[in-house]
Design a protein around this ligand. Sequence first.
Ligand code: NAD
Length: 353
Amino acid sequence: MKILVTGGAGFIGSAVVRNIINNTKDEVLVVDSLTYAGNLESLAPVAQNSRYRFSHTDITNSVKIEELFNEYAPDIVMHLAAESHVDRSIDGPAAFIHTNVIGTFVLLDAARNYYSKLNAEKKASFRFHHISTDEVYGDLHGTDDLFTEDTPYAPSSPYSASKASSDHLVRAWNRTYGLPTVITNCSNNYGPYHFPEKLIPLIILNALAGKPLPVYGDGSQIRDWLYVEDHARALYKVATEGKIGETYNIGGHNERKNIDVVKTICSILDRLIVNKPKDIASFAELITFVTDRPGHDMRYAIDATKIKNDLGWVPEETFETGIEKTVHWYLDNKEWWQRVLDGSYAGERLGLT
Ligand code: NAD
């Protein structure tokens, strides 16, 4: 099968591509404009494989996207390209509307034109898989309730509103034009190759540098953490076996308060790092509470029963095993994150160094 993966140079996209190339016989075309979040070095482990190709393309460029569909002739599209950082969406929402809403529209329309020209056999296997977030559901205030596929949409941030819009477009292209689509909404991912602006890598790298570990508000917000490689396996299952027109929630059954996530990372580092920076006895001494994010959602938690029952997917990692692997990965892959922190990955990916 030929799979066109948008956003394949990003955190989850690169895990999806590594999983497909390493564990299947499928071919992949990555379509990515390489924003600050795109990093070809996350694809280095598969870059030499003859089943892997890369196109430096913006998904809002309708002419180029149409050409790529016709040239590559994908069997499946997995759409992950997005602006994905909530804080950035509060400071500058325009890029989020442009990529997440307009970009998704451009892809859907190109897919619709392409699909209309396929023969019956190709039509039967074609899927447009849209990867989205549980943040479209807003937040939960009780301790027991969970997001299901039927939870009404109530996004809080410009980011989640743009993703909610794109989900609605995907459903409309299925209902109105008969495009075979599937949607997944997942919880917070963590794991290797995560850009250091997100909570878990930020905490690991700040701790190693002896810098303050910023925690929003009192740290009592709850997130449901999903190990990125578990997510990549779930996405492949949905893309290849998911029922057309359906939505699947994907979660790790790992609800943790933000402050507890930070303390867990500190205790792993306390165990692993003998020579601590500054004069600290424990990395937890670096925890610093900062002014809460405006509109900060209180709790997200996913009910992943449907994907378990219908497609037989369950996560392999618990939070304890996944976070241990993640901390080890950052300790063992200093070159990757140092090049992100000093910006040199950007120069190289644009051919400037
Ligand atoms: P990311 O920010 O790490 O990567 C996004 C990728 O998209 C980058 O490679 C970037 O270069 C590319 N991109 C951005 N704008 C583009 C454009 N206009 N044209 C082409 N490429 C463009 O994001 P991620 O964390 O890997 O998330 C991937 C998807 O999963 C997103 O759609 C996001 O909304 C969704 N999601 C992420 C999480 C999470 O915890 N990270 C949780 C739920 C859902």
